[in-house]
Design a protein around this ligand. Structure first.
Ligand code: BTN
Length: 245
């Protein structure tokens, strides 16, 4: 996959800039990277902590031939790319610090139970046709959370915090794009089995909040479209969105 990197010191969100380029027919592989975001966003309208010069904020324009029910695969390969980048390129440090790397359904990459990265996919559909997708990755590389809201300070981590050194963000970006490219080129083979293997969620009791609803039970599998199957006292529930705790 060929990448065309477009860098900005500050943007509202790399998602916005990438979407604008997509609407102007920019090619697949256009990558928007920012040093800082003033309105970085996560899933469910959350704010993504985006201080200047410490993290990676990346949005990749994709024009894949996928059916609407396969769009969840993009989030999966984004999370797998982060997972594999840390697992393979930083394997020594990971082993030395005996850090646990996992994916939490649906889009979180965790180091020792804390959020290292998040993936956000936004799409433009015409009927059943996927015009384009923008895949955003926020990766906490050298991120310091001193100025972050309490909630984020408690739950987030960075490569710097976990491995106790500063990282070259450019080198991390290049590794991440390399891993992503391998995963993307493997489509349309399903990534679900690989994704499920890395999930820390399966086989555990979970408490899933989806809007107003709370579902409690054992997470048993992930469906082809990314839905999480939870066995509750009342039987199997299919979760298509929500947060697992
Ligand atoms: C999440 O965990 O909810 C997803 C977070 C995605 C954050 C990235 S940072 C780069 C891109 N630009 C954004 O505004 N969001 C994504």
């Amino acid at each position: 996959m060929h990448f065309d990197l477009i860098r900005h010191p500050v943007v509202t969100s790399t998602m916005d800039v990438c979407r604008q380029l997509a609407e102007r027919d920019a090619p697949e592989g256009t990558v928007v990277i920012a040093g800082e975001q003033t309105a970085g966003r996560g899933r469910a309208g959350r704010v993504w902590f985006s201080p200047p010069g410490q993290s990676l904020f990346v949005s990749i324009l994709l024009r894949p031939q996928l059916a609407p029910c396969q769009i969840g695969w993009l989030t999966m390969i984004g999370a797998l790319a982060v997972y594999e980048m840390v697992n393979e390129e930083l394997s020594d440090e990971k082993a030395q610090s005996s850090s646990q790397l996992t994916i939490k359904w649906f889009n979180d990459v965790l180091l020792d139970g804390r959020k290292l990265a998040g993936v956000l996919v936004e799409t433009s559909l015409t009927g059943d046709w996927l015009d384009y997708a923008v895949l955003g990755i926020g990766l906490n590389v050298n991120t310091r959370f001193d100025d972050a809201p309490e909630e984020i300070r408690r739950r987030a981590t960075s490569l710097r915090e976990a491995f106790r050194r500063e990282f070259d963000r450019e080198a991390v970006l290049q590794s991440l794009l390399r891993m992503f490219s391998i995963r993307y080129e493997a489509l349309p083979a399903s990534p679900v089995a690989d994704y499920a293997r890395r999930l820390d969620t399966l086989g555990k009791r979970v408490r899933l909040s989806a809007g107003e609803e709370i579902v409690e039970g054992e997470a048993v599998r992930v469906e082809e479209d990314g839905a999480l199957i939870v066995v509750t006292e009342k039987g199997e529930r299919v979760a298509r969105f929500g947060d697992v705790a």
